[in-house]
Design a protein around this ligand. Structure first.
Ligand SMILES: C[C@H](CCC[C@@H](C)[C@H]1CC[C@H]2[C@@H]3[C@H](O)C[C@@H]4C[C@H](O)CC[C@]4(C)[C@H]3C[C@H](O)[C@]12C)C(=O)SCCNC(=O)CCNC(=O)[C@H](O)C(C)(C)COP(=O)(O)OP(=O)(O)OC[C@H]1O[C@@H](n2cnc3c(N)ncnc32)[C@H](O)[C@@H]1OP(=O)(O)O
Length: 382
């Protein structure tokens, strides 16, 4: 796999950093998640392929252990509020001095500087601060956050993983590590570059929910079908729009022009009426194989059995029968090979990892006795 041989230390966080760690693990990195001790249950549901070490960083021994892990690693990924790592004696200056090759990734909401740097927040706050939230939502409705996808995962976890891969690539030339300041506000804003830059061509001149790609246009929206399900319509280009009208049994001559903003509400009502006459499956039969850009809105239950996704193997099932998306993109020679074993328990690999990093077994036993680390070895079922 592309990242085989890369050693990553991920400090356990809420959602973005776990995703970042999972991407690296999916593509072959050895990812060790450092969990707190005395925790009953992991919050990490993106733990695929990771190992867990339970370490009490509020002890000097715990901090020393982490430093030793970092000396022999390529990447450390930290998801805490600005200043937390420095307070623990684990700041980047210190760790990079001990290991100049280390890539020190800091994944936060507001970044490492500025008046908000130390303030708590979540995805919705970050997309609000990026400007994007002001553009998301329906006409006459309040701004609406699309799950916690934009900042936490696209602008956060994925962008940070990209930064780590860039730094690893650059390190092959310079031999040096570096610090990555991954702010979810900036990551989300950057992901929104198209929106920013297409203002110049008037794409967002109208209010929220009244533009072509934000639910304003009748040819770029979802519609309810006769069985209460939905279809998605994305027929932007005139030649595809014509195919949409053909599938709906509508005649261009009876309708206002596609790009007449003032007629969009009226045209939407026409489309709503049409789509309400047949079920989702009936519309799928009509539009499948055409360029009308109409697809069923699939539920999580339907998605892996859709013939297209099924043929490509776009979803994987783990040993607990849980389905999830396979890693993307697909690399031809070195594709990801996601681990299908159960997620690690907190501290499941403490002993194994510390031994791998050169700790003696008697020292490990002493750390356990002193409450610096925890081991949680699963008991074999007979
Ligand atoms: C919208 C999303 C968040 C969605 C997350 C949900 C999926 C989960 C949220 C709640 C979960 C549920 C809940 O916990 C209840 C159940 C629990 C059960 O176990 C499981 C089921 C639950 C229902 C559970 C289910 C789900 O998991 C949830 C629903 C987001 O937007 S996430 C993005 C958040 N923002 C960031 O990540 C930006 C950067 N980080 C921060 O700004 C802050 O970390 C943050 C997130 C604001 C939290 O601040 P906090 O004050 O809590 O922490 P920090 O200031 O960062 O300091 C960390 C302290 O911890 C110490 N520490 C760290 N590691 C160790 C260690 N190994 N040993 C000892 N101590 C450690 C560290 O030293 C700091 O201590 P100090 O405070 O003394 O400095």
């Amino acid at each position: 796999m592309a990242l085989t041989g890369i050693r990553v230390i991920e400090l356990a966080g809420l959602a973005p950093a776990p995703f970042c760690g999972m991407i690296l693990a999916d593509f072959g990195a050895s990812v060790i998640r450092v969990d707190r001790t005395k925790v009953a249950m992991s919050l990490d549901n993106q733990a695929r392929g990771k190992r867990s070490v339970a370490l009490n960083l509020k002890t000097p021994e715990g901090v020393a252990i982490l430093r030793k892990l970092c000396v022999r690693s390529d990447v450390v990924l930290e998801p805490y509020r600005k200043g937390v790592m420095e307070k623990l004696g684990l700041g980047p200056e210190k760790l990079l001095k001990e290991n100049p090759h280390l890539i020190y990734a800091r994944l936060t909401g507001y970044g490492q500087s500025g008046p908000y740097a130390t303030v708590a927040g979540h995805d919705i706050n970050y997309i609000a601060m990026s400007g994007l939230l002001s553009r998301l939502g329906r006409h006459k409705d309040k701004p609406y956050a699309p799950l916690n996808l934009v900042a936490d995962f696209a602008g956060g976890g994925l962008t940070c993983a990209f930064g780590i891969v860039l730094a690893l690539l650059e390190r092959t030339r310079s031999g040096q590590g570096q610090i990555i300041d991954a702010s979810m506000v900036e990551g989300a804003a950057y992901m929104g570059s198209f929106v920013w830059k297409s203002r110049a061509i008037g794409m967002w001149e109208r209010g929220r929910g009244q533009n072509m790609l934000d639910g304003g246009a009748p040819f770029y929206d979802t519609y309810q079908t006769a069985d209460g399900k939905h279809v998605a319509v994305g027929a932007i280009e005139p030649q595809f729009y014509q195919q949409l009208l053909r599938g709906l049994g509508l005649d261009t001559a009876d309708l206002p022009p596609q790009m007449s903003f003032d007629h969009w509400p009226e045209l939407k009502r026409v489309f709503e009426g049409c789509f309400a006459t047949k079920t989702q499956a009936e519309w799928t039969d009509i539009f499948d194989g055409t360029d009308a850009c109409v697809t069923p809105v699939l539920s999580f239950d339907q998605v892996s059995s859709h013939p297209h996704n099924k043929e490509r193997g776009s979803f994987v099932t783990d040993c607990g029968e849980d389905e999830s998306p396979r890693p993307a993109p697909v690399l031809s020679r070195t594709p990801a090979d996601p681990c299908l074993a159960r997620d690690p328990r907190i501290g499941q690999h403490t002993g194994e990892v510390l031994e791998e990093y050169g700790f003696k077994s008697e020292d490990i036993d002493n750390f356990v006795a002193a409450g610096v680390i925890e081991r949680n070895v699963p008991v074999a079922k007979l």
